[in-house]
Write a protein that binds this ligand. Structure first.
Ligand code: PMP
Length: 407
C-alpha cells in the first residue's frame, strides 16, 4: 500500500514513522569492555605530554585557520603516517608507489578501504569476494566489511585454545583453502583480542602462502609502538610484506599510540606496484570520501603531523609511547609473578608472552562469572582482560581472585 510520509498515521500503533525500527543491541555496553582506553597506574585517562605541548603550539599559531582540508586529508599527516608504518627509508616510498588517505580513526580507514575494495577490487562491485577475519577478532571487523557491502565474510583459524597460542597450522590451511584473491584482514601487531602475534618466521610462512594463493593483505595496525614499546618492531610484518612485493592496504589508528581517541585520527596506507596505480586508487578514494564525510577533521591530524615531522617532538612522543607500553608490560610481569607465587593451577607464561593491551587469560566462562559476580572484576566472557585496567594497587586482589576462580 502506498503511503505518503505526510499522510496521517494509520493507527495509534503506527504513531511514529520509526515505530517499526527494532531496538539494536547496545553498542556502548560492549564498547566499555571491548575498546577500553589506556589508563595510568592511578586509573586515570592520560593526555600524552607531547600532545599537550603541540596543542598549545597549535592554539598559539595565528597562521592556522579552519578552512577545509583536502578530501584525502592533510598531506603532512598522511605522508608522515605512511612513513611511520613503512619506515621513511622504505623502498616503496622511494619508488613513489605509496599513497595515504586521512580517515576517521582506524575504523574509518578500514571502512574506506573496504568500500574501495568492494567497488573496485577483483571485478567491479564484487560483493562476493570472500573477506577473511581472524577467529577471534576485534568485533567491529565483521561489521565494517559487512557495512561496506561484502556478503561473504569468513573467519580463519587464529587462536588455539589448547596451547593458548597461535593456531599456525589452521591459519595456513585456511589460507591454502581460500579462493584466490580473497581478502585477509591481518592484525599487524598486538592482536585484539588474543594479544598473540605470529613470530617473524611465522609471518614469512604466512606471506609465502598468501603470495602463492594471490590473497590480498589488509593490515590493521591499531597499536603501533604500544605493543612492544618500539615503533619499528611493531611494524615488522607490514614492512616484510613490502619487501615481498605485495600490494596491500594498511589501516592505521592513532587513537591508542597518541591517546587521541576522540579526535578520530587514522590513515589508510596504500602500497601498489607503481605510482600510476596509486593515483588511480586515490582518485576513487576521493569519490568515496566526498559522499561520506567530504573532508576530514583537522585537529588530530595536525597534532600527529607536527609531532611526527619534528625530530624533537618525535623523540618525546616515542618516550610517551614507551611509558604506556612499559606500564602494560609491568602489569603483565607482576600479574604472572603473583599467580606463580600463589601456585595457581595451570601455566601463566602466556600472560607475559602475549602483547598489547589485552590478555586472553584462558579462564573459562564459569571462572569469568565468578570473577565478575563475586569479585567484581570485569572481563570479557571469553576470558580477555584489559591490562590497562590493572594498577599497582589492584594487582594483589586480581591475582588472588584469579587464584580463587581457578581453584
Ligand atoms: N582495529 C583494532 C584491532 C582495534 O582494536 C581498534 C580499536 N579498538 C580499531 C581498529 C579502531 O581504532 P579507532 O578507535 O582508531 O577507530
Amino acid at each position: 500500500v502506498c503511503r505518503h510520509p505526510r499522510d496521517p498515521p494509520r493507527s495509534p500503533a503506527m504513531a511514529s514513522l520509526f515505530a517499526d525500527v527494532p531496538m539494536a543491541a547496545p553498542v556502548v555496553v560492549f564498547k566499555l569492555s571491548a575498546d577500553f582506553p589506556y589508563r595510568t597506574d592511578e586509573g586515570q585517562p592520560w593526555v600524552l605530554p607531547v600532545v599537550r605541548k603541540v596543542e598549545a603550539q597549535i592554539s598559539n599559531d595565528l597562521t592556522l585557520n579552519h578552512e577545509y582540508l583536502p578530501i584525502l586529508g592533510l598531506p603532512d599527516f598522511t605522508q608522515a603516517a605512511s612513513a611511520i608504518v613503512l619506515s621513511k627509508d622504505s623502498a616503496a616510498i622511494a619508488d613513489n608507489r605509496v599513497g595515504g588517505v586521512q580517515c576517521l580513526g582506524g575504523t574509518g580507514a578500514l571502512r574506506i578501504g573496504a568500500e574501495f575494495l568492494r567497488r573496485w577490487y577483483n571485478g567491479n562491485n564484487n560483493k562476493a569476494t570472500p573477506v577473511y577475519v581472524s577467529s577471534p577478532t576485534w568485533g567491529n571487523h565483521n561489521g565494517v566489511f559487512g557495512g561496506a557491502g561484502f556478503t561473504d565474510i569468513r573467519s580463519y583459524k587464529y587462536w588455539d585454545k589448547c596451547t593458548r597460542g597461535l593456531h599456525m597450522k589452521g591459519m595456513l590451511k585456511d589460507m591454502e583453502d581460500a579462493p584466490e584473491f580473497s581478502i585477509f584482514v591481518l592484525h599487524a601487531c598486538a592482536h585484539n583480542p588474543t594479544g598473540t602475534d605470529p613470530t617473524h618466521e611465522q609471518w614469512m610462512e604466512i606471506a609465502k602462502v598468501m603470495k602463492k594463493r594471490h590473497l590480498f593483505p589488509f593490515f590493521d595496525i591499531a597499536y603501533q609502538g604500544f605493543a612492544s614499546g618500539d615503533l619499528d618492531k611493531d611494524a615488522w610484518a607490514v614492512r616484510y610484506f613490502v619487501d615481498q612485493g605485495f600490494e596491500f592496504f594498511c589501516a592505521q589508528s592513532f587513537s591508542k599510540n597518541f591517546g587521541l581517541y576522540n579526535e578520530r585520527v587514522g590513515n589508510l596506507t596504500i602500497v601498489s606496484k607503481d605510482h600510476d596505480n596509486v593515483m588511480k586508487v586515490r582518485s576513487q578514494m576521493e569519490v568515496i570520501i566526498r559522499t561520506i564525510w567530504s573532508n576530514p577533521p583537522t585537529q588530530g591530524a595536525r597534532i600527529v603531523a607536527k609531532t611526527l615531522n619534528d625530530p624533537q617532538l618525535f623523540a618525546e612522543w616515542k618516550e610517551n609511547v614507551k611509558t604506556m607500553a612499559d606500564r602494560v608490560l609491568l602489569m603483565r610481569d607482576e600479574l604472572r609473578k603473583r599467580l606463580e607465587k600463589l601456585g595457581t593451577p595451570g601455566t601463566w607464561n602466556h600472560i607475559t608472552e602475549q602483547i598489547g593491551m589485552f590478555s586472553f587469560t584462558g579462564l573459562n566462562e564459569a571462572q569469568v562469572e565468578y570473577m565478575i559476580k563475586t569479585k567484581h572484576i570485569y572481563l570479557m566472557a571469553n576470558g580477555r582482560i584489559n591490562m590497562c585496567g590493572l594498577t599497582t594497587k589492584t594487582l594483589d586482589y586480581v591475582a588472588t581472585s584469579i587464584h580463587e576462580a581457578v581453584t
